[in-house]
Structures are given as C-alpha cells and as structure tokens.
Design a protein around this ligand. Structure first.
Ligand SMILES: CC(C)(COP(=O)(O)OP(=O)(O)OC[C@H]1O[C@@H](n2cnc3c(N)ncnc32)[C@H](O)[C@@H]1OP(=O)(O)O)[C@@H](O)C(=O)NCCC(=O)NCCS
Length: 460
C-alpha cells in the first residue's frame, strides 16, 4: 500500500498518545459540539412538520447545505477529517496486498470516549421491549429514506430483533447516546459478530449497522465519537476488523454496488411519487409492463422450515465460494438469518423428488411510512438477501420470488447487483436506481472487487 508511513503515523497519534500536540489538535477538531453557535436544525424543528418537509424539499432541489461525497470525484476533493485518522485505505492507494492496516498490539483503551456535558453512553438491552421501542422511535424519526423526507423507514420491533440479535450478539455493541436530563435516545450505532471471508482469509469481525444521529444533533461531529466508541468496545473483545456499507463515498470502497428495483405495485408507487421510477411511462403502461404471473412455476418450491437448516447451510457454503467477500455462517446463524419470521424474513427452498434441497432464495422486508398522502400511509419493500441455485435457472427462481413477494403485499423489490444477480435483473424488469451502496472494511487492506464478486448482503 502506498503512503503507509503517514497512515501509520496518523494512527499512532490517534491511538498511542505519544504525539500529544497532534492528538490535542485533532481532539479539538473532532470534538462533538452539541451546542453550535447557530443551529439551523433547531430552527427547522420548531416549525410544523409540513413546513419542515417543504423546506427540506427546496433545499434538496437547490442542492444547498453540506453533502458528503456521492462519487469518487467528489470524494477526492473532500477532506475526511475523521476518516483520515482511521485504519482504512486512502482513496488513492492501489492495494495489492492482503492484511490488517494496524497490527494487533495496539491495546484497547480502557475508558469510554468522553461525551460533552449533559450526554451519556448507554448499552441498549434489546431484550427489553421498552428499549426496542425507543430504538424504533429514534430510527423511524431520524433515519430518513428519501432525500425530500416524504417516505420514512418504519422499522418494527420484530425487524430490529432480527437485524440486531443474531447468535452471540452483545449488548455493549448496541451503543447509544442519551440526554442526561430526560434519558432521550439521540445517537446509535450497532455491531453484530460475523465470520467473513475476504479473498482467502477468514476473519471473525463485526458488521456495523444502524448508525443514526438525531436530526437536531447533525453536523456536530457526533458520528466520529460513536464510531470510535464502538471500535473501542469491539476491540475490547479482541476483534480488529469490521465490514460496513454506506451510500456515501468514504475512504475507501472495497466495492461499489448499485441498487436495482422492480415495482410490484406500480399504481401505488406512482401515486406516492416514489423516487426513481421510470419517467417515460404513464400509469396504464407501467401497470402492463410490470404485470406478473399470479402463481409460481418452480416445481418443489416451498417455504423454508427448521428442518432445512443443514441443507441450506450447505447450498450457501458452496455458492459463496464463488465470491471474494462472503459470510461464513454457522448452522445457528443460518437459522437466525433465514428462518421465516412474519413480515421480516421469507425464505423458500426447492426440494427435489428425492428430498434434497437444490435451491434457496430469501428476502427481508422493510416497511416505510408515507407522509402527508391522502390515501396511502405505508409502503412495503422486499430486499433480496441470498439466492443460490444448483438446479433451477436463476432468473426463473427469481421471478417466482418476485411473485411471492407481491403475494405478501410488498410494493417494490430491491436487489443489489452483487453475486450473480446481474443475470436476471434486466430480464425481470428491475431498473438501475441512482442509489449506490459502497462496501468497506475497517483495518483490512486488500484489492477492491467488482460487485459480482461480493457475496455478502446484510440488512440495515
Ligand atoms: C449518517 C449520520 C449519522 C451522519 O451524521 P452527521 O451529523 O451528518 O455527521 P457528523 O457531523 O456527526 O460527522 C461527520 C463525519 O462522519 C462521517 N460520516 C457521515 N456519514 C457516515 C456514514 N454513513 N458512515 C461512516 N461515516 C460517516 C463523515 O464522513 C464525517 O467524517 P469526515 O470528516 O472524515 O468526512 C446522520 O446523517 C444520520 O443519522 N443519517 C440518517 C441515517 C443514515 O443515513 N445512516 C447511515 C447509514 S449507512
């Protein structure tokens, strides 16, 4: 890797404490400032919801306000004050080696990172329904889906239990910031344990997800503090690597993938002005174009049951060997991630005449709230998780999956152009959206990869 000297130096400044002056300077720059001199968000927040949305839409239209890089060109002009101090490859590195960026001997700091007065760390105990509901509120009110803020995620307690409590989850990795006076949750970041194979190396690491800062506390550098504290808590358990995804470009994408989407209920999507729909079709044409068969075609296709865990595990293991980045799942993890849970995760298998499983496909569902619409109040999006076929044609299996998602009241189906998905996306009338999803590794350098070599999908 080029420039590794200055990289390592920055890291020593950050973690080692020997270069006090630089550390102080950096601390100052990176300090989270909850009480900014002028807080446009506080002003915004005092307005009625509808007015806030109008302003947000206008800001989006005129592209005002700070925005983080959406592509590599913008990223090269951006100064990453925080990410430049972290063990991640630099944007101009041409990596040909494989391995950690900093070695294991850096010991994990004992005390938590300090927060400004009036705020405290918390580890969310997600086995408590009250705490889960609090997290739902934070995410649903602050984790917006589209830029003009008319469609918002509506995560359910059941969804968060699935996404955040896989085998061996730890409460201290559900890392939150609360306001001391009223205990309100205002920041969150989570990690869940996972074995991941990157090229030839299998590593125990964490998947980082659900980074969220309350709207009122944005642009005050809370994010770097959340990331540092989570890293510390992960390091304490002896893990040094993480995998995470983001729609923005940070240093440095391991792979840059695209979301594709396929309307299942085009009428509703057009009525709520769902972003990214084909503009060249009127309603009648869109309905005709997106029409689907009423029933599935694949013989032997049925919902997964607990008895299928071993068969699915073996199908996924064989399939994942084709990719450079893939999960290495245990039987318990296959059961957790794939066994159907109503309105959260659906998995179907194809059983051959002799009882062996030949194919598997799974999708998870995320609900959204539609704001200020006279008729529609919610939207359901299905997201492709894993598909592995050894007997059925991939496109045919996927067409059946889309039919099944529609029968379960999904309005739209999302898939990334990862794995072999390109084989069916266009054929099944998925459109390339303008949304990217970049994959990143923390403290691991390796050559980047094309989307079709990515075999890891994880729900946010
Ligand atoms: C993403 C979010 C937490 C960023 O908060 P913010 O107030 O805009 O940013 P802060 O001032 O706290 O921190 C800025 C730093 O965080 C980094 N950052 C911003 N979003 C990030 C992300 N998704 N992942 C990692 N780092 C991120 C920025 O690059 C910047 O660091 P830099 O100086 O090295 O460039 C906030 O916008 C949010 O909660 N959004 C809604 C939920 C969401 O989109 N989550 C991300 C899912 S991947």
């Amino acid at each position: 890797m080029t420039d590794s000297n200055s990289f390592d130096k920055t890291l020593t400044e950050d973690g080692g404490g020997s270069l006090k002056k630089s550390k102080k300077k950096q601390k100052k720059e990176d300090a989270w400032r909850p009480e900014g001199p002028k807080d446009p968000f506080a002003m915004l927040d005092s307005l009625p919801e509808k007015k806030q949305q109008e302003i947000q839409r206008a800001l989006h239209l005129f592209s005002l306000g700070p925005s983080l890089p959406k592509n590599l060109q913008e990223a090269k002009r951006h100064t990453y004050r925080f990410w430049e101090t972290q063990p991640v490859p630099r944007l101009d590195d041409n990596i040909t080696t494989h391995g950690p960026i900093v070695e294991d001997e850096i010991s994990a700091r004992k005390e938590p990172y300090s927060l400004p007065e009036g705020f405290s760390w918390d580890s969310l105990d997600l086995s408590s329904c009250t705490v889960l509901k609090e997290l739902c509120t934070l995410l649903n009110e602050n984790y917006m889906e589209d830029d003009d803020n008319t469609i918002r995620f509506n995560f359910t307690v059941e969804y968060l239990q699935w996404a955040l409590q896989p085998p061996n989850w730890l409460a201290q990795w559900h890392c939150a910031v609360r306001v001391d006076t009223n205990k309100k949750l205002v920041g969150f970041i989570a990690a869940v344990p996972a074995d991941v194979r990157v090229y030839e190396t299998q590593k125990r690491m964490v998947q980082v997800k659900f980074l969220c800062v309350h709207k009122k506390l944005r642009l005050k550098r809370m994010t770097p503090v959340l990331i540092r504290e989570l890293t510390r808590r992960v390091n304490q358990q002896g893990l040094r690597q993480a995998v995470y995804t983001a729609g923005i470009v940070l240093p440095t994408p391991l792979s840059s993938c695209r979301f594709w989407h396929r309307p299942l209920n085009p009428r509703k999507l057009m009525e709520v002005s769902y972003p990214g729909l084909r503009q060249n079709m009127n309603l009648q044409r869109a309905v005709k174009f997106n029409r689907l068969p009423e029933v599935t075609m694949t013989k032997g296709l049925r919902p997964m049951t607990k008895k299928d865990v071993v068969g699915i595990h073996s199908l996924l293991q064989t399939n994942s060997s084709k990719f450079h980045l893939s999960p290495v799942l245990t039987l318990q993890e296959v059961e957790h991630w794939l066994l159907p849970r109503e309105k959260v995760i659906d998995t179907y298998v194809v059983e051959g005449d002799d009882g062996t499983l030949t194919d598997v496909v799974s999708f998870y569902s995320v609900s959204c709230k539609v704001l200020n619409h006279p008729v529609h109040t919610d939207l359901r999006a299905a997201h492709l998780l894993y598909i592995a076929a050894s007997a059925t044609d991939l496109a045919e299996l996927m067409e059946d999956t889309v039919v099944l998602a529609k029968s379960k009241a999904s309005d739209i189906f999302f898939a990334l152009d990862v794995m072999d998905n390109k084989d069916f996306l266009e054929k099944l009338k998925f459109s390339n959206s303008d949304k990217s999803l970049h994959y990143y590794l923390y403290n691991w350098a390796c050559p980047n990869m094309s989307p079709d070599k990515v075999g890891l999908v994880f729900p946010n």
